[in-house]
Design a protein around this ligand. Structure first.
Ligand code: PEP
Length: 251
């Protein structure tokens, strides 16, 4: 059975003290009720150790927002999957559209990152999604399929079973424009069919596919009610515990 998951992506926000306070608040707020889904926060590298010290990962899982595409060595400024895992983090976001767009991440580098994440026991939250032009010219299904095929279909079925997918239409990220629940559901069903074609129905049915893109307390319930939407990857609304809780409570 696939899991329902709400994951926060803090991006490049909060100082360490601010991030520690936010993580503590999220953890305390979650202890106040029984969440009907797994909850994860993905935080900047600098925050991983101090946040891990103040949260209970049985309540809220911890993840990074990226990792290097090399194991170790002369890659100044990079942070390896092993380093991330050594902080206590259990998840890593890979292939976010901001990394693809601003830092030139390609399918090839992403395959390396996914392999290293898995080798180090991290669960990748692998992001896919089309830009506005591809939505408007009708190529979005093929674009998203190609991102999955090129980035992930080198994996064995067993390894693929350790991946969480996040469908994030780029035109909906941070713009206030959300995909309609029907648009999102159509894409999630398409993604599940693409997975079933390669790995079979059981693997496809067991894969958690999250929606991301201006998800907030007011629209989360409608999105999460769709049969193929298994939760959300949340940017802006993960920076205030009350908003994030509003989304968690949508399950
Ligand atoms: C994201 O960047 O992963 C995201 C979904 O951002 P936002 O919720 O702010 O649109």
């Amino acid at each position: 059975m696939r899991k329902n998951i709400v994951a926060g992506n803090w991006k490049m926000n909060t100082t360490v003290p601010e991030g520690v306070a936010l993580a503590k608040q999220v953890c305390d707020d979650l202890k106040g009720f029984k969440a009907n889904c797994d909850v994860v926060i993905c935080v900047p590298f600098t925050h991983l150790c101090p946040v891990n010290d103040v949260i209970d990962q049985a309540v809220v899982g911890l993840g990074a927002e990226n990792c290097a595409d090399h194991k170790s060595g002369a890659y100044t400024g990079e942070v390896s999957a092993a380093m991330v895992a050594s902080t206590g983090a259990k998840y890593v976001i890979l292939g976010h559209s901001e990394r693809r767009q601003y830092y030139g991440e390609t399918a090839e580098t992403l395959r390396e990152k996914v392999a290293l994440a898995l080798e180090n026991g991290l669960t990748p939250i692998f992001c896919i999604g089309e830009v506005l032009e591809e939505r408007e010219n009708g190529t979005f299904n093929e674009v998203v399929k190609a991102q999955i095929v090129d980035g992930l279909f080198n994996l064995s079925a067993e390894d693929f079973g350790r991946i969480i997918l996040a469908y994030e239409p780029v035109w909906a990220i941070g713009t206030g424009k959300t995909a309609t629940p029907d648009q999102a559901e159509d894409m999630h069903a398409h993604i599940r069919a693409v997975i079933a074609d390669k790995y079979g129905k059981e693997v496809a049915e067991n894969t958690s596919i999250l929606y991301g893109g201006s998800c907030k307390p007011s629209n989360a319930a409608e999105l999460f009610a769709k049969p193929d939407i298994d939760g959300g990857l949340i940017g802006g609304a993960s920076l205030k515990s009350a908003d994030f809780m509003g989304i968690v409570k949508a399950f």
